[in-house]
Design a protein around this ligand. Structure first.
Ligand SMILES: Cc1cc2nc3c(=O)[nH]c(=O)nc-3n(C[C@H](O)[C@H](O)[C@H](O)COP(=O)(O)OP(=O)(O)OC[C@H]3O[C@@H](n4cnc5c(N)ncnc54)[C@H](O)[C@@H]3O)c2cc1C
Length: 429
């Protein structure tokens, strides 16, 4: 069977590897760079820059504690070139891995015409097509919007902006605010409504008090016009460059005449990632279900298996999330809110150390336990919260309840806290 996949990001690339491993003829078409948003403009960029931010926070804290006598200054251009070099290396690895699995990679922009894929004039027939074209930043309709930047421009910055106004109330807004403020920029976050509204109130308070300490956050603000060096809002003018982090638009234009899309342009799929056209599947950000890399990969695998005739369904329950700050702010989306006993204690420790021990910055873990001795709330802010959360999600998806963790063997210091708090609450059961 001939399977054509458009888009070489986490969804498309994983689909290509899966379908190749199953034994089908696979062509993967990518117009820019293998690895998609995640590697080239998103996750890797945030992680690379945050590595330096964390070092700067440590350096400032040790200076305040009298442990070192200098706060380090950074060469922003070296930070950017370091991130770019690593991206280039990983590009090669991903390209090799995908071809090694058996997929052919064609570089160019794909279009769809008469049940064929066209790339720069060349036609490709398919038995099954997987659309994994991702999404791009939403540019709001505001006067002067073209003067703002988005995450796509970060690696082209030649110097650290002195003042930055970040429009947006979600994860990307928080992550860039953390990075640029710790590097020395004066940062404002402007939210149309509430900042990080998915967070529990105690966790949000902790984050504001301990993690985004040098950022001014304005909620319920309307931007009116953008200039090179300031933004006008209904609460007054704010100096600085503007960065949009107000959402994403799916890259679904090539398929809108062939498959059904929703009012925001996402390709509508069922839980097998099949579209309204029997031979066409869609996966990742273009389908707009969750918008992160692990889900995009899982959807890519699901689309590939179904395209190859192997019945597979996506499961969107108990998804773990994380916001990449000094400590990761990680949580699980339980999608329900039944009665619970709730409480919080310091965050889980390590790895490497307990927390920022010398300063006593312990993080926070908050848990909710329901009458059925199951968890129904889990947030953690700590050095190991991101890892713990992924494993907790797996265990909870397997149906484990508090008592099933009795024999949990910890590595200390690293994972303690979530389990301790669960055991403590179990006494009330
Ligand atoms: C700043 C930022 C930080 C992020 N951080 C994280 C994180 O820490 N963790 C996490 O899980 N997620 C993170 N994400 C989200 C993650 O990057 C995306 O969810 C993921 O990349 C989506 O994968 P995808 O394959 O659906 O789309 P993409 O990665 O966008 O890939 C789509 C690919 O399709 C190609 N394409 C589009 N149209 C065509 C065409 N017509 N022809 C050929 N090729 C085409 C594009 O060039 C692109 O390479 C972040 C996103 C951003 C913006």
């Amino acid at each position: 069977m001939d399977i054509v996949i458009i888009g070489g990001g986490p969804a498309g690339r994983t689909a290509a590897i899966e379908a190749s491993n199953i034994g089908e003829n696979v062509i993967l078409i990518e117009e820019n760079k293998i690895g998609g948003t995640c590697l080239n403009e998103g996750c890797m960029v945030v992680c690379g820059l945050n590595e330096v931010s964390k070092f700067l926070v440590d350096s400032k804290n040790f200076k305040n504690l009298g442990i070192i006598d200098n706060i380090h200054k950074i060469s922003f251009d070296k930070v950017i070139s370091g991130v770019k070099n690593t991206i280039d290396k990983i590009n090669h690895v991903l390209d090799f891995e995908t071809r090694d699995a058996g997929a052919e990679i064609i570089m160019g922009q794909a279009e769809l015409q008469n049940e064929k894929v066209i790339v720069e004039g060349k036609e490709f027939d398919y038995d099954k097509l997987i659309i994994a074209t991702g999404a791009r930043p939403l540019i709001p309709k505001i006067e002067g919007a073209e003067k703002a930047i988005t995450y796509k421009d970060i690696l082209n910055l030649t110097e650290l902006p002195e003042e930055l106004n970040i429009m947006g109330s979600g994860v990307i807004s928080a992550e860039f605010a953390n990075i640029f403020s710790t590097m020395g920029a004066k940062v404002n976050i402007l939210c149309r409504n509430q900042f990080l509204k998915m967070l529990d109130e105690d966790i949000k308070k902790y984050l504001l008090k301990n993690l985004l300490t040098d950022v001014n956050i304005y909620e319920n603000v309307r931007a009116e016009a953008i200039n090179e060096d300031h933004i006008s809002t209904d609460k007054g003018k704010m100096k600085g460059k503007t960065l949009f982090a107000v959402g994403m638009v799916p890259n679904s234009e090539i398929a809108v005449d062939i498959v059904n899309t929703d009012e925001r342009g996402h390709i509508i799929v069922d839980n097998r990632m099949q579209t309204s056209h029997k031979s066409i599947y869609a996966a990742g950000d273009v389908a707009g279900r969750i918008g992160n890399t692990p889900i995009s990969r899982a959807e890519g695998i699901t689309a590939a298996r179904n395209a190859c005739g192997i019945y597979t369904k996506m499961d969107y329950s108990l998804i773990p999330y994380s916001i990449n700050l000094y400590y990761d702010v990680a949580f699980i989306d339980f999608q329900k809110n039944d009665q619970s006993i709730e409480g919080h204690i310091p965050g889980s420790a390590g790895p490497g150390s307990f927390w920022r021990v010398l300063e006593g910055m312990t993080g926070i873990t908050k848990i909710g336990v329901n009458e059925d001795r199951g968890l129904n709330k889990l947030f953690s802010v700590s050095p190991s919260s991101r890892t713990s959360m992924a494993y907790m999600s797996k265990l909870l998806r397997e149906g484990q309840k508090i008592d099933d963790f009795d024999d949990f063997m910890e590595v200390h210091p690293s994972t303690d806290a979530i389990y301790k708090l669960m055991r403590f609450f179990a006494r009330f059961g």
